[in-house]
Design a protein around this ligand. Sequence first.
Ligand code: MN
Length: 422
Amino acid sequence: MALMKSWVESANSADTEFPLNNLPYGVFMTADDEAHCCVAIGDMILDLAVLEDDGVISVTDEPVFDLPFLNEFMDAGKPAWDALRARLMDLLSEGGDDTLRGDAELQSIAMAPRVGAEMAMPFVVAEYTDFYAGRHHATNVGTMFRGAENALPPNWLHIPIGYNGRASTVVVSGTDIIRPNGQLKGPGDEVPRFGPCARLDIELEMGAVVGTGNAMGQPVSVAEADDMIFGYVLLNDWSARDIQAWEYQPLGPFQAKAFGTSISPWVVTKAALEPFRTSTPAREEPLLPHLQEPGPMLYDIDLAVTMRPEGAKTETVITRTNYNQMYYSSAQQLCHHASSGCAMNSGDLLGSGTISGPEKHERGSLLEISWGGKEPFTLDSGETRSFLEDGDTMTLKGAAKGEGYQIGFGDCVGKILPAVKV
Ligand code: MN
């Protein structure tokens, strides 16, 4: 797949994350301080509420874009997503429909510079589920806690393990994260105490955004699940490792992951990622038929994480990996989620699980990079880290690389603020 040329010149650069091939959806604050649905094209934001109001685009009888969330559009389903994408391609391509290209006044109302624009949460998160579906991450963590012989739990190769997280604390990139307080009990402590997390971590993940749901009691196939997914975001599943260690048995993480989850401002559609489809790795144990994939369900997306301490001039790349390292795809996770009859809804967010590659420089959490704090790493500023300090800024980056173009998500950024005094 090659670059598709747009009359918006900045969209034709090999460096932009937002060529015509991408057209990711988001929500931005207009000059009048209203939240409108939009797409990114090169250095610009295209206000879909303006185009809809002018009758240039249309999805349903009711307006779906003059809203502070994408859920109404997502709920309209795949035929509506495909039709709007085709219409926007036509309006923005070099030689397409000139309704917008030929109307400077409409452009001045419907388009705004992307740099400096304030982005809001792109959709209302109905519910948030997080998985544990990265083979290298699960092996690393399991080795640290249970030894190499018992690294993977017995169910791991048969089901994508997950837990129900909190939708209420999923936030858009740029939102500060306050260090959580929690109950802590170290290996040498006789009794637990309450205080600030001392082993604060990130998890590099992708988030699948569910566009259309299933009825309660009605499971879906992997292929149907894939059609229900609207798109993907970068996701940082902030984690308090010391709180987690004390609380996690027997029901899994609770407060350790409930204080903040950051997502990128742009939802990249599955349509934009189609050329980058790739398969999950060979199965070590055959999957039961209902979880088998009918085709490639993962995507080839380069991922990186940078860290910048307070006052440091530069950010240090601390890991580089790829989404293709996952053992289970989001479609398999969604199929598994609905397999009992659990109803999934438009706006549900599925965290992939931490994405780590096989090598040390490909690990997707500080827990793994510093091997439980035993191997601190050095930043370009000369400072060392095992876990996050107050003032640290963490940035997730992701891009699918085509020939002469790339599909990006916008950075997923969060800065750590000191804990609330207790
Ligand atoms: Mn996670």
